[in-house]
Design a protein around this ligand. Structure first.
Ligand code: FES
Ligand code: FES
Length: 169
């Protein structure tokens, strides 16, 4: 029977933004650290590292996850989307475009987490009202904006996505 010593690495396969990565990681390492340090995608930000601020939010098999609280080995064989996976080349994702138009960020530290949480929100509920947006994003913290412009940005994103799909508001 094999044993795992402290410092031993395990093989994990992470598909991140459509690209498959075969990695050797220590079982103690968080998904956020592996995404940032091993894969080099530093758009996923780390604030509290305790599951409180939401800055590290990514999608794991389509569901929002706090990557600071998840071990990389727990994400083995999953499909992960990070902030780098939203834009299509030089073309911003409608949610990025909406946040830009609504001035939904200042320093931008919280922005990747808000955007990934918004992607998850709108895939579950494409027409949220303002109070639903506030409730769904209440787990993401921002030190700068006062939140009004972020909620405005999500409402703008709903409009842009409806326009793109040819729906009336
Ligand atoms: S860094 Fe993960 S929730 Fe704050
Ligand atoms: S824009 Fe600065 S923390 Fe949110």
């Amino acid at each position: 029977m094999s044993t795992t010593n402290v410092g031993d690495s395990l093989g994990v396969v992470l598909t991140i933004n459509g690209k498959r990565h075969m990695l050797e990681v220590e079982p103690r390492r968080s998904l956020s650290d592996v995404i940032r340090e091993d894969v080099g995608l530093t758009g996923t930000h780390l604030g509290c590292e305790h599951g409180v601020c939401g800055a590290c939010t990514v999608l794991v098999d389509g569901q929002p996850a706090r990557s600071c609280l998840m071990l990389a080995v727990q994400a083995d064989e999953t499909e992960i989307t990070t902030i780098e996976g939203l834009a299509d080349g030089d073309e911003l994702h409608p949610i990025q475009q909406a946040m830009h138009e609504s001035h939904g960020f200042q320093c931008g530290f919280c922005t990747p987490g808000f955007l990934m949480s918004t992607v998850a929100l709108l895939s579950e509920n494409p027409q949220p009202n303002r109070s639903e947006i506030r409730a769904e994003l209440s787990g993401n913290l921002c030190r700068c904006t006062g939140y009004q412009s972020i909620v405005d940005g999500v409402e703008t994103a709903v409009s842009l996505l409806n326009e793109a799909q040819g729906n009336q508001p």
